[in-house]
Design a protein. Structure first.
Length: 88
């Protein structure tokens, strides 16, 4: 927006599915439709590549993201992703 990066998404694909690794917009511009635009574009990308499903994970308390994903037809699986850490 006006030469400024205000959001991004990073996704991967594997066999018949795609996975949205990260989707973010700058906090002061959230709620203006940019997250939905990015999500729509990545879903369209996976549709063109003939993927059967798209996955995404988000924090349990990130209600804003959960609302966005629900609007696009995502449902919770009940699976919890493991978090790994390495001490440096």
């Amino acid at each position: 927006m006006n030469g400024r990066v205000v959001g991004y998404q990073l996704a991967t694909e594997y066999k018949d599915s795609g996975h949205i690794v990260r989707l973010a917009t700058v906090p002061e511009l959230q709620g203006m439709g940019m997250g939905g635009m990015l999500l729509g574009e990545v879903i369209e990308f996976f549709l063109k590549r003939k993927k059967d499903e798209v996955t995404v994970n988000t924090q349990a308390d990130n209600y804003t993201s959960q609302h966005l994903y629900r609007r696009f037809g995502f449902t919770q699986t009940g699976h919890e992703s493991a978090v790994w850490v390495a001490a440096l």
